[in-house]
Ligand binder design. Structure first.
Ligand code: DAK
Length: 260
């Protein structure tokens, strides 16, 4: 499928989505959000895609936030619709069965930071810049930032970031747990692709269930989350993958996973 504001590239079982509005630093307007929503809905049922990489076009920006030009004259009802569209996209990413890697290639501000936070793993180029500058524009974060940021970096740090609107670099993002690794700009896309391939070499059913267990478990109390983990673990024993993985170990060979 063709998208107006997205480039979709397939590299074996890795699908890369590139937000392609470099003239506006890949800011999220309604069209980008509609395209992302359609793309992730389609990917959810695509068995050929094992891992998704999300990045931004150009060398300067992942996503410089929601489109301020579009938001400027919104009515409260339009703002609500816009926030719901952004939240739909972030939820689609979070609930996508396959892992999603954000390759953050520059500015990840406001809605851009929120988009990256909805992904499973964040790899940042050393020139990446993060922040939630919404308070400087007279609004709160609207695409999940007030909820996902404290879950990633803790309540105090999240409040400091949300109250000050400060922009900070990749090393600081790494030190607070907002990103998982920092690499050079030149290495970023290959690093993300190799990480995707490393994941693809493992059991796809187990990887998908691991994502569900972490995400759902984080929203439960520990006792229920552990019960959920046990159910997910049990479910693996209904897959061919578990038989193949364990048989391969016993036979001292590499497993041949088929995703079943
Ligand atoms: N929206 C629209 N256009 C943007 C943009 C943005 N967020 N960011 C950059 N651009 C455009 C610039 O206007 C400029 O366009 P032209 O003037 O060339 O036509 C082009 O991209 C290049 O940008 P600059 O010339 O400004 O480039 P610089 O290198 O000088 O500066 C910058 C880069 C990233 C520091 C700067 O562009 C900047 O500060 N951008 C805004 C960053 C920002 O504040 N982002 C957060 C946006 S607020 C909600 C729903 C959603 C949200 C909140 C509430 N609800 C409904 C409750 C989300 C809010 C946000 O994300």
């Amino acid at each position: 499928m063709e998208y107006t504001t997205l480039l979709l590239e397939r590299n074996g079982a890795v699908t890369k989505l590139t937000i392609n509005r470099p003239q506006a630093l890949n800011a999220l307007n309604s069209q980008v959000l509609e395209d992302l929503s359609a793309a992730f809905r389609a990917l959810a049922t695509e068995s050929e895609t094992g891992v998704v990489i999300l990045t931004g076009a150009g060398e300067k920006s992942f996503v410089a936030g929601a489109d301020i030009t579009q938001m400027k004259d919104m009515t409260p009802l339009q703002a609500r619709e816009f926030a719901m569209l952004g939240q739909k996209v972030t939820s689609l990413i979070e609930n996508l069965p396959q892992p999603v890697i954000a390759a953050v290639n520059g500015f990840a501000l406001g809605g851009g930071c929120e988009l990256a936070m909805a992904c499973d793993i964040r790899i940042a180029a050393e020139n990446a810049k993060f922040g939630q500058p919404e308070v400087g524009l007279g609004v709160t974060a609207g695409f999940g930032g007030t909820q996902r940021l404290p879950r990633l970096v803790g309540k105090g740090k999240a409040k400091e970031i949300l109250f000050t609107g400060d922009v900070f670099g990749a090393e600081e993002a790494l030190s607070i747990g907002l990103v998982d690794r920092v690499v050079t700009s030149a290495e970023l896309q290959d690093y993300a692709l190799n990480l995707a391939r490393k994941i693809l070499a493992k059991g796809p059913v187990a990887v998908r269930l691991s994502k569900a267990a972490v995400n759902k478990g984080m929203d439960m109390d520990l006792a229920n989350a552990l019960q959920y983990e046990a159910e997910v673990f049990a479910l693996c024993f209904a897959s061919q993958e578990q038989t193949e993985g364990m048989t391969a170990f016993v036979e001292k060979r590499k497993p041949n996973f088929t995703g079943k």
